[in-house]
Design a protein around this ligand. Sequence first.
Ligand SMILES: NC(=O)c1ccc[n+]([C@@H]2O[C@H](COP(=O)([O-])OP(=O)(O)OC[C@H]3O[C@@H](n4cnc5c(N)ncnc54)[C@H](O)[C@@H]3O)[C@@H](O)[C@H]2O)c1
Ligand SMILES: N[C@@H](CCC=O)C(=O)O
Length: 914
Amino acid sequence: MAKPVNFREQLYTQTMSRKDPLFDSGTPGGRVLLHAAADHQFMAALLYLIDVYPVLNGERQVEEYRDDYFAATYAPPWFMELDGSGLSELLEDLFASFVCGRDLTQALAAVSSMAERGFLYTLDTLGEATLSEEEAEIYLAKQLEAVEVLSGAGLPVHITVKPTSLYSQIGPLNYERSVDVLVSRLKRILTAVKDADGFLHVDMEQRVYKNITLSAFKRLVSESSYHQLGIAVQSYLKETGADLRDLTAFARRGNYRFTVRLVKGAYYEYERIFAQENGWPSPVFEEKYMTDAAYEENLALLFENSDLIRVAAATHNMRTAAETRRLAEEAGLSSHEYEIQMLNGMASGMAEALTALGQTVRLYAPYGPMVPGMAYLVRRLVENTARDGMVRLQFIQAASREDIFASPTVTSSPAPSRADGEHFSNHPPGDFSLEAVRRSFSHALDTAPTVITGVKKRISNISTNEISTRLNEAVNAIQNAAAAWKAASNAPRRAEILRRSAGIMSRRIYELAAVQVLEVGKQWDQAYNDVCEAIDFLNYYAAESEKLFSPRSLSNIAGERNSLSYRPRGIAGVIAPWNFPLAISTGMTSAALVTGNGVLYKPAEESAVTGRLMYEIFMEAGVPAEILHFFPGEGEVVGAALVSHPRINCIAFTGSKEVGLGIIETLSRQQQGSAYVRSSVTEMGGKNGIIIDSDADLDVAVEAVLYSAFGFQGQKCSAASRAIVHESLYNEFLNRLTAAADSLIMGDAVDPGTFLGPAVSPEAERKIADYIAIGREEGREMLVKDNLAIFADIRPEHRLAQEEVFGPVLAVMKTESIRQGIEMANAVDFGLTGGIVSRNRGHIDLVREHLEAGNIYINRSITGALVGRQPFGGFKLSGQGTKAGGSQYLLNFVHPVAVSENMLRRGFSPDFTG
Ligand SMILES: NC(=O)c1ccc[n+]([C@@H]2O[C@H](COP(=O)([O-])OP(=O)(O)OC[C@H]3O[C@@H](n4cnc5c(N)ncnc54)[C@H](O)[C@@H]3O)[C@@H](O)[C@H]2O)c1
Ligand SMILES: N[C@@H](CCC=O)C(=O)O
């Protein structure tokens, strides 16, 4: 008797007998994909071309970008010979392989055809994160329209929505509000869906939004008593097992019924890179087979709960599909009581085979214009060609049946992860998507000290005479203790003290951040980052000092020994600003200390409490009390006294241009009683410009400008205060930026959801108001909301284009070309930060070479330099080119000494080898 053919066999035979049009080497698209799968460089260039394609202007430009992007790759000749029209056709075909049309009418035709071919579908309106509430409303309206059109056409209503498209201010710090807004907007869609007896599915995106999405979904389920709801869950996340246990327990507690679409996950590379950038542990499994194994475990858990949860197994993997079938049968389910979901265009042979075998298959059907569609297409291409992906294995490599159906748990163990000992590791920022992190911060805010006894009194009441006496006492104390502190042999101890200080700050990170929220109105994440930066300075300068103070020989010839060593300058006065109250104070103070100097530290008036905490931490870590002195007080009194004290050899100052230039002038006049030429490190202001090129990705541009201009109320020397925008997208950029800025949450910095808080002081508020008045005279008002203001049509000669506001006031300027844009950006006194948003390599190179800024950023925000990664500081009237957090910085606090010794004795040298 013939053996019954099992499902696995049938699926394999039927799938393999169908040709996958995606990889058909007879079509240009197929050939390009096959080449991309084999050549990573070609793939990268292709993704870049796809990304920029929708904004290119004409076929000639498509060719130019192709030539540029692929110049350094081994692209096949036929591809390089395609003209603009052939290239466009190829890219449009690729887009059409996955996307079901540019509008709802085309999508309707596509899903009707799917239904005729025996597939179910879910309709997805393409779109990535929205930047404004206006855009979120448009997305929501599109969902309602989709429901209406589908039901009007008598077709089943089944839609999938993306949380980040529904709410522009979604984010972990804005957790509660994000959940509330999502639930209310999902309910608006659900009302229409219910009327049509349809299905509403909530998609899962980047991990940072996962908990918000899960919370919102659970509330929707419990408050709506509607069963035709679903949520996607991603097996590549290590946390998913726990999330699913929580979700199934939730279903059981409330006897709720809903669908779970189990996916492997589409943001794998992004999650790995994002975690790596932040120094967080990777949230995704290191190896593909681990995800596959976790998927099967997750699937089993879902089927165990299939009395409440309908399983939608999203897969393009034959083994997973067969496993789904097996587990479903074990759970006693028929092939219609669960479903396999597949993306339109992916593994289409397998989709047809499954349907032919009587399996319910739902296709994910995205539709929409090319701009948002390209991000979707990029994800699909990466998935299709991934080295360890099943699609590649099945349809490109035509792997054996054994390999395809091998259990994911039996593959060899993962390659060990690479630890790069060469690079400095920054302290990771807070992961506010974790409830424990938010809770710790909130607790610290409740308990943080706002005033330390005596500090405020000493700020306001100190007299010039008193300061002079106390300065002399401190200077004497340093000089008496200096010998032991500055000794070369003491260098390791000094480095150790910095590391100990870093340890203390790390342990007290929430408290140190909370004080900043209360004292200067920093947002939670920015305050946390400030402490991370302080810790980084400590660790980085400790390591740099070890290099600086290790013996280094110079070029030697026989009979002569040359060496270079460093000695401290003596006594440093550190004068700090309030806006990075811990980081900048710690950076300057620790650099001076670790190089063996004594320090007199003056915090800014506005942030004396944070300054005091830093001082106490250094004391606790072991800096001798004679070596470090805390001098809070007014700039004009205490600061000025430090600058003019003849026995203070070096001033490290960060603050405004006016004060900084005054310091340089004072120091340059040799003081009586000074034994040294007194030096300074002066880091001053900026009038930073970000250029938006004609081919810019507007999503990136708007987000970069928003964050750079308005983060911490624009009170950063690095803040973008000018956006210089190419005329071809000037109006579109302005409108999107204005809508996005109008959507920002403004309020108290204590509220974690606040994006924009109040200015640091009434004086700062007045200055901002003055510039808003100037903006109204000079430019076109786009938005004025509290302190935040955007003025368009500002010209280079305007005050708003020249003067540092140090507040959330943005000047938008129009440019005709990249060269003119760079000229405009350079036409200021300052040279601190700047950048460009562009996809044109030539333009990026021009900016790299000609933009007058110490820190240049490309396709990102222009604030947020990290120690060791982006050494920070400007030139022109922004500074003297010193770089905080860079390898040269410690040299500002030392004198180099070269020693040359003659080793010859009566013609004999130890170097003589005989
Ligand atoms: N380049 C950088 O790294 C950097 C970093 C942060 C801030 N800043 C700049 O700092 C400014 C904002 O900070 P701020 O308001 O605290 O600046 P500020 O110049 O008013 O004050 C900075 C420090 O100098 C002191 N000071 C004031 N007058 C003084 C005087 N006559 N003599 C000696 N010291 C005096 C202040 O008390 C304070 O401690 C902005 O211009 C910003 O761009 C630059
Ligand atoms: N280092 C900070 C700016 C310091 C000035 O305010 C940044 O890179 O944004």
